[in-house]
Design a protein around this ligand. Sequence first.
Ligand SMILES: Cc1ncc(COP(=O)(O)O)c(C=O)c1O
Length: 379
Amino acid sequence: MKLFDVYPLFDIEPVKAHGSYVWDKNGVKYLDLYGGHAVISIGHSHPHYVQKLNEQLNAIGFYSNSVKIKMQEELAEKLGELSGYPGYQLFLCNSGAEANENALKLASFHTGKKKVIAFGKSFHGRTSLAVASTDDAKIIAPVNETENVIFLPLNDEFAFEQAMNKDVCAVIVEGIQGFGGIHIPTNSFLQKLQSECEKFGALLILDEIQSGYGRSGKFFAHQYSNVQPDLITVAKGMGNGFPIAGVFIHPDVKAKHGMLGTTFGGSYLACAAGIAVLDVLKNESLIQNASEMGNYLLEELSKLPGITEVRGEGLMVGIELEFPCAQIRSELLFEHKIFTGSSSDKNTLRILPSLTIQKVELDQFLNAFKIVLSKQFVK
Ligand SMILES: Cc1ncc(COP(=O)(O)O)c(C=O)c1O
């Protein structure tokens, strides 16, 4: 059988990884500033994570959500504490799209309404409602088209106020837009979303799937703005590569048996991965490191020529160039052995390293970046 050819692939085969580095099958070492779509939070193959997953697999790997899985409670307890949301409820699932799908469904169940407001350049996943709330017509199949979702420009408070009404069940926004090219909702915009949601009885959903788990220098990017969303979705960095995702649910939203569900979500192995990630984030002060290293990176990048704008918080950084970034990415990868990310904006490069990244590794990137940028001006 052949693979369904949906991905444009680099001709590189990683076979080993550690910390911020991966090695290909020929032994070539690469600096990873992308973490496979922002997934690697505590570094590749962190020894504590590897040990905990191995131990768990030797004990019990899976049973379904028809029995008590105490590790889910341990994960929820630790997550509530580290994130600053100890009073919220946690629903565990497997991927970012699934988390958003469940959050949107829950908002509709809870309010009995069905209109959703999403924003320009958003990405919320590829399943039915998640993709319908994603601002990319190319990935919305005809069956997913719906009049229930409307899109508004990010940070346009006036447009939002005009559009908000009593039929809206959910407003969904990324803590920092990732795939859209690293665009940050302003504090005042997020506060406006919260106050209007309260006024019209809608739920505010913060999609922190890419911007959460410490990447922004706070546990959640929205914590820069003093809002308390009704629902928060997490995935990516949550399992450092093990598929695990979750929805944080405000205490006022009451659960009913059968309302949500999943076969794999919250398995022993997923919980072991999730708990190991939280332990490492806390014990190694990685959120603090993300903040410090992010500030350093943003400051150094702001000194370089050929850059239109540098955007970001912590280790979620977008570099908008004056020209398309494909050639720069390819030179960084093949000549300097550094992985970086693209975005839906062809001029914007995304930098999403592990939260364990150190100055010496960022300097390796900055030096290489200066070289590839300078070549553009010589042409
Ligand atoms: C902000 C955001 N939401 C949702 C998703 C979807 O996550 P998944 O690919 O795990 O379904 C992504 C993935 O890139 C994302 O960046």
